[in-house]
Design a protein around this ligand. Structure first.
Ligand SMILES: Nc1ncnc2c1ncn2[C@@H]1O[C@H](COP(=O)(O)OP(=O)(O)OP(=O)(O)O)[C@@H](O)[C@H]1O
Length: 245
């Protein structure tokens, strides 16, 4: 379980996250939506301590990540993260990209890591790419490899930061399908997304942020069909207008 308590984040004198409180149950899929600059990425980057909160607490399975001291690396290993721009290692093959972290951290032997990577590549339908370098892959394939690479660490939580935003439209579906399948396995997921259909259909709960605050949260279908806050209504009406153009 993830518990975020009175989280504030400043960049200089800019107050980017304002007293955020959020609890995420095991196996829950959260869709995090909101206008550009509302603080979505900063919030998920705080969850794995890529950004240090200015104040507040974040508990991962009752461990306060801010006070974890030497344990921080171990806690962070439980949290996988996938970014908009893949961040694959260009000079490593697909297989090496996936096996690197579990081997370097001593979690798996090389043999175990390769077996795991091959299993993951099979589920992603990318086994035939295991010996190629990332440059020869499409964006959708790169992003699926990036997801496989995170999963190789057996995370308890997966954070997705606009992972389809840099993809050509025809590749979005293949990545979202991998995420849908992952959600079905019971993985706890926090998904920052502009894909409203994904948030609505796959997320158990959708959280709408604006201006550094959580404005409203609800089951996807309820939030999209019956938003309560004027800011949510305005955002959704703009998104809908854009989709209908
Ligand atoms: N490292 C940083 N230094 C200074 N300001 C930052 C930094 N990272 C983010 N910000 C600012 O914090 C605010 C929130 O940014 P964030 O990326 O979290 O928003 P977002 O909702 O994820 O936006 P988008 O949908 O465009 O990615 C923005 O005003 C942004 O400019």
């Amino acid at each position: 379980m993830i518990k975020i308590e009175n989280l504030n984040k400043y960049f200089g004198d800019k107050h980017v996250l304002k007293d955020i409180n959020l609890e995420i149950e095991d196996g829950e899929v959260i869709g995090l939506i909101g206008p550009s600059g509302s603080g979505k990425s900063t919030l998920i980057r705080c969850i794995n301590y890529l950004e240090e909160p200015t104040s507040g607490n974040i508990y991962i399975n009752d461990k306060n990540i801010a006070k974890a001291g030497k344990e921080i690396d171990r806690i962070r290993q439980q949290i996988g993260m996938v970014f908009q721009h893949f961040h694959l290692f260009p000079h490593k093959t697909v297989l090496e990209n996936i096996t690197l972290a579990p081997v370097l951290t001593g979690k798996l032997t090389i043999k175990e890591a390769e077996e795991k990577a091959i299993e993951l590549l099979k589920t992603m339908n990318l086994l035939d790419k295991k010996d190629v370098y990332p440059d020869s892959l499409s964006g959708g394939q790169k992003q699926r490899i990036a997801i496989a690479r995170s999963l190789a660490m057996d995370p308890e939580v997966m954070l997705f930061d606009e992972v389809t935003s840099a993809l050509d439209p025809e590749m979005v579906g293949e990545v979202l399908n991998v995420m849908k399948d992952l959600a079905k396995t019971g993985m706890t997921m926090v998904v920052v997304t502009h894909e409203m259909a994904f948030a609505r259909q796959v997320a158990h709960r959708v959280v709408f942020m604006a201006d550094g605050e959580i404005v409203e949260e609800n089951k996807g279908i309820d939030l999209f069909e019956n938003p309560q806050n004027p800011r949510t209504k305005e955002f959704l009406s703009k998104v809908l207008e854009y989709l209908l153009v």
